[in-house]
Design a protein around this ligand. Structure first.
Ligand SMILES: [Zn+2]
Length: 450
């Protein structure tokens, strides 16, 4: 059962201005949003007129609406790179923004959804956000909206071709932002070996019920195509992609990748070995998005000596340990217990049994368990955190490109914590055990010695 039982949209009859991500023709924004609810998760969305909203557990106001009970109501506004969330009584007095930049509005959507989540599930730590403004241009926060920098417009933004690895929730969020850019001249190469299943739909913003069991990359490519953006979807893991013939890929991009050169790679994968494989491509420019509990993070890896790399803290051995743990746990169970545990977690009983009974054959069982131990449980990945992470990633990408650098000069990490509303920049220390950068570092040391 979903967290949201019912949704009602109350809006004036305004025309649809954004590019729709689903096929159809709509006269108004409300009509479109109703269709999206049905398409995304099969949810019935009611509509009401301005004067008489129904009683609801929670109300979100976009902009200011003074007629509502302001104590119970969460409000949000956005302008260009800025987003604000808080109680309705604190909403900044600002005119509707003419900006076409999707960064602030998408972040405001994630903030509002996060507040609903916290108010519904209850807070054991953290706080409700009552008057919180953010600028993703400066990565700064304030309680005074006017103080924050709205940043430049994005109409001059030019994205070079890039490889996006991972078409799950964060990959979806990043692509969702891309579909709202004014400049559609881009060419994402999408790599992921998975298909959409039921547990994905609530947090993959560009996948709807009709996309169940469809290749994740193909679905993203069709959403991009719907708004006039060309892309190259590849359904398979990174190793297969690297060795693939790249038939149908834009010639200049295929040539660069064929030569083993990766100028820009974006990582939206959540597994340690996948991250190691990406770092192993040695891209000139590497950005990564990730989530942890209710924190959204994005990292820029500039490759300086002594800087953290994507392989750091993502060692493959950790999986070995987790594998030994799950094997011990499974062997300690009765046959019956094991069968119900495996079924409950969506693992195929027969193939895992084969592996547990004779770990020298059961390769399929081993692969299934490996996948199980290295995937974070879906309950912990909430849609708005992935959306937040995708938006932070997009902001980081756009900021670096607008600053005119051809490759980033410094590594860095941006973290937003939905629990307490903190937005901050920081850096992570390099992992001395890292199999990728510690070798590179040793190599660097040995060639620089006299
Ligand atoms: Zn490393």
């Amino acid at each position: 059962m979903g967290l949201v039982e019912e949704l009602e949209i109350v809006s004036a009859a305004v025309p649809l201005l954004i590019h729709p991500i689903i096929k159809g023709v709509w006269q108004t924004l409300t009509e479109y949003l109703v269709a999206v609810g049905e398409w995304a998760v099969g949810m019935k969305v009611r509509t009401g007129d301005n004067s008489s909203p129904h009683e609801a557990d929670h109300t979100i106001v976009i902009g200011g609406a003074t007629t509502l009970d302001s104590a119970k109501t969460i409000a949000c506004i956005a302008d260009s790179w800025k987003a604000w969330v808080g109680e309705l009584k604190n909403v900044p007095d600002d005119r509707p923004s003419p900006s076409l930049n999707p960064v602030g509005p998408f972040f405001a959507a994630a903030l509002a959804a996060g507040e609903i989540f916290k108010r519904t599930w209850g807070l054991r730590r953290g706080r409700f956000l009552d008057n919180h403004a953010y600028s993703l241009w400066k990565n700064s926060m304030s309680s005074v909206w006017e103080e924050l920098d709205a940043g430049p417009a994005l109409n001059e933004l030019h994205l070079p071709p890039f490889v996006l690895v991972g078409a799950g929730a964060e990959g979806n969020a990043l692509v969702y932002v891309l579909t709202h850019l004014e400049n559609r001249d881009m060419y994402p190469v999408l790599v992921d070996d998975d298909v959409y299943d039921k547990t994905n739909l609530n947090r993959c913003s560009l996948a709807g019920t009709e996309d169940l069991n469809q290749e994740k990359t193909a679905v993203l490519a069709s959403r991009l195509e719907a708004v006039g953006i060309a892309s190259f979807p590849f359904s398979g893991d990174l190793k297969r992609f690297v060795n693939d013939a790249r038939a149908g890929m834009r010639a200049d991009v295929a040539e660069e990748i064929g030569a083993g050169s990766y100028s820009m790679v974006v990582s939206c994968v959540d597994k340690g070995d996948g991250r190691q494989d990406i770092q192993g491509l040695h891209p000139q420019w590497l950005l990564g998005g990730s989530t942890f509990d209710l924190q959204a993070k994005t990292n820029v890896y500039a490759g300086e000596k002594d800087a953290v790399c994507l392989g750091c803290h993502n060692a493959r051995e950790h999986q070995g340990e987790a594998m030994r743990g799950i094997e011990r746990q499974l062997r300690a169970m009765s046959h019956q217990e094991r069968a119900s545990f495996l079924t409950e977690h969506g693992l195929e009983v027969a193939i895992v049994e084969e592996y547990i009974n004779d770990s020298h054959c059961g390769h399929l069982g081993r692969a299934a368990l490996m996948d199980f131990v290295s995937t974070p449980p879906p309950d912990f990945s909430v849609g708005f955190v992935s959306l937040g992470s995708g938006v932070l990633l997009a902001a980081s990408l756009f900021r670096n490109l607008l600053s005119g650098e051809t490759i980033p000069h410094a590594s860095g990490m941006t973290t937003f914590n939905f629990l307490n509303g903190n937005l901050g920049e920081g850096s992570l220390a390099r992992d001395p055990q890292c199999q990728i950068c510690s070798k590179a570092a040793e190599y660097q040391d040995s060639i620089s010695e006299p």
